[in-house]
Structures are given as C-alpha cells and as structure tokens.
Design a protein around this ligand. Structure first.
Ligand code: ATP
Ligand code: MG
Length: 248
C-alpha cells in the first residue's frame, strides 16, 4: 500500500468570502507508517486529510493510491473525526457492525469480526450500551473499532482526542500506539499537540498557514515507547517548537 500526493493545489472560499488555499503539497505515505500532521489552527490539516482520503478532490495535482488516481472516496481508507459520529439509536456492537452490513458481510462473519474488535478496542461489557451512556473516550474507542472492523489500509484520525484532558489523552496515546502495533495499519493523525506527535509518529509533517503548505517533514527514528524527557526528544521538541513559533 502507498499513498502519494503530487503537487496538490486546492482553493476554497470560506464563510467570510475570502479565499483559502492549500498549495504545492507533495507527500508520500508508506505502508504501516504512523504519520502525524501538525500546524496552526486553520492551516488546512482537515482539508488535507479529506484530499488524501478522496472526500475532496484537488483543483490541481494528483492523489495516487496503489497506482490508481483518486477521483472519489477511496475504498480502504477510513476517517475518524474529532466528534464521534455514532448512531445514537444503535448499541456499541450494532454501531460496529453497521459498516459490515453495508458491505454485505454474512451474519456469522459479522458477529466474529465485531467480537474481535470489541476485544481489541477494550469495549468488553460495553457492547449493549448506547452512545449517550458512554464517555467521550469510550465513544472514540467504538469509532475506532467500527473503522478497524472494515480492515482499512489507512486510518485517518482528525484530532480524535482533542476534547480530552491531558492525563486521559496520554492514556489514549498509549492505546492508539498499541492498536497501531497490533493492527499493522497506516495511521495518519492530525493533532495540535507536538508532544503527542513526538510520542507517536514515525514522521511529523508540520504545515504552515495561508496558504497551507508543508513547512517541513521530520522523521523520528527512535524506539517506542518513547520517553518525552529523553535527550533526543527534548532536542527535537526544541527544534520543532522553534519552527512552529515562526507562524505566530
Ligand atoms: N468546504 C469548505 N468550504 C469553505 N471553506 C473551507 C472548506 N474547507 C476548508 N475551508 C477553509 O479552509 C481553511 C482551512 O480549514 P481546515 O479545517 O482544513 O483547517 P485545520 O488546519 O483543520 O484547522 P483546525 O486546526 O482549526 O481544525 C479554513 O480557512 C476554512 O475556513
Ligand atoms: Mg481541522
């Protein structure tokens, strides 16, 4: 699996009638990579994820997924948004099963996959609950289980833990890492937290605003789990903080 963006340009008129654009974005993402995208609010991170997954088609440039030019929503990619989007009238297990029903999996296979993903996501004993009975974290776990049930190549995550406090977020970072290691998927995570990116990513992509561009790419070739206070990470953090501060 690979995903490649070649010289992408895209312009929108935003709500106040001004143009905003992404310009000159070239990027490739490899199988099993954990990529984090960071950058100031409004620089175009969500828009970039939508382009990568084929939800939005660029004005200029190509997105290539496994040798095919992307011109519609990509099969094999799944997106998780900041706000969990579960069906309120369905239970946890029914929510996880839904995509499999749409894909016409036979009943027995569906039940097996749902049971496996419930275990993987740590949702045992929550199967029969409805979304309103779940914490924000549990809702996101359900979303992740629902997405992973469809066995995508790439999971795009758009600030899924933004609404959580720091301690809970750390717990979820460990959880996500564990899931990524077990599932052997490609994860592309948008986050506002440099620390989160340093903890998780094989590569950090820092975007600059107005127009949205890739400011730099930083590989992080350090073993996991990472100690954020280790010398290497502290140095990287200083370097990247310095780069980010150029946009404020
Ligand atoms: N469909 C659209 N229609 C109009 N404007 C859009 C559309 N999508 C994005 N924009 C504009 O593009 C810019 C980038 O938006 P985007 O949501 O991608 O930024 P972001 O980096 O994800 O921001 P945040 O960190 O706040 O989530 C904004 O100015 C936004 O108003
Ligand atoms: Mg966004």
């Amino acid at each position: 699996m690979y995903l490649e963006l070649q010289n992408i340009h895209k312009t929108w008129k935003n709500k106040s009638g001004e143009n905003y654009s992404l310009q000159n974005i070239s990027l490739s993402i490899l199988q099993n990579e954990f990529v984090c995208i960071i950058g100031p609010s409004g620089c175009g991170k969500t828009s970039l994820l939508k382009i990568m997954s084929g939800i939005v088609i660029p004005d200029i440039g190509k997105v290539i997924y496994n040798d095919t030019i992307v011109d519609k929503e990509v099969n094999g990619c799944s997106m998780i948004f900041q706000e969990p989007s579960l069906y309120p009238w369905k239970t946890v297990e029914e929510n996880i099963e839904l995509g499999l029903i749409f894909q016409k999996y036979p009943r027995q296979t569906r039940k097996e996959i749902v049971a496996e993903k419930i275990k993987l996501a740590g949702l045992e004993n929550f199967e029969k609950l409805y979304p309103h009975q779940l914490s924000g974290g549990m809702k996101q776990k359900t979303q992740l289980a629902r997405v992973l049930a469809l066995n995508p190549d790439i999971v795009f995550l758009d600030e899924p833990f933004a609404a959580m406090d720091e301690i809970l977020k750390n717990k979820f970072d460990n959880y996500l890492l564990n899931l990524w290691e077990k599932e052997q998927k490609t994860f592309v995570l948008v986050t506002h937290s440099l620390e989160e990116a340093l903890f998780l990513a094989d590569r950090i992509i820092l975007m600059s605003p107005d127009p949205g561009k890739i400011h730099l790419e930083q590989n992080i070739d350090l073993p996991r789990p990472r100690d954020l206070f280790s010398k290497d990470i502290v140095e990287l953090r200083k370097h990247l903080r310095n780069e980010i501060s150029k946009f404020y």
